[in-house]
Design a protein around this ligand. Structure first.
Ligand code: ZN
Length: 131
């Protein structure tokens, strides 16, 4: 993980937005960070003075989950007919990422060769990973 700044494990109290930088003693600010290696945006606490970044356990878990999703290899499947409709069978291993039977998805045709499938949140929104 490369945030563009020095990284360390979360010190005690880093969960609170009032946590202070161990180097500078100034309050850490909740900010968006970027991991260039995995092309991931994630949330962490950054020192506005020296740029040191810490993440809470929950932020680290969100980051590793998103990173693992990026590492998942492409899977090939087939479009099948289901009555008058078409379906796509997804590997059951995707359940570990929260893609479960019955989840509402939004399908967008990007062009003649590409579909985009996005999971719809209970409130009807399309969650964007990272932040
Ligand atoms: Zn600092």
């Amino acid at each position: 993980m490369n945030s563009g700044g020095k990284k360390r494990t979360p010190p005690n109290g880093a969960r609170e937005s009032g946590a202070q930088c161990l180097e500078c003693g100034v309050p850490m600010e909740l900010s968006s960070c970027h991991d260039e290696e995995h092309r991931l945006d994630y949330e962490g606490y950054r020192c506005p003075n020296c740029g040191h970044t810490v993440v809470t356990l929950a932020q680290m878990q969100a980051y590793t989950s998103a990173r693992d999703l990026r590492r998942a290899p492409p899977r090939r499947t087939r479009i099948i007919r289901i009555g008058d409709d078409l379906g796509i069978v997804l590997p059951s291993e995707l359940e570990k990422y929260g893609f479960s039977s019955g989840r509402e998805v939004e399908v967008t045709v990007l062009d003649a060769g590409r579909l985009q499938i996005e999971v719809v949140a209970p409130d009807g929104s399309i969650p964007r990973p990272g932040l």
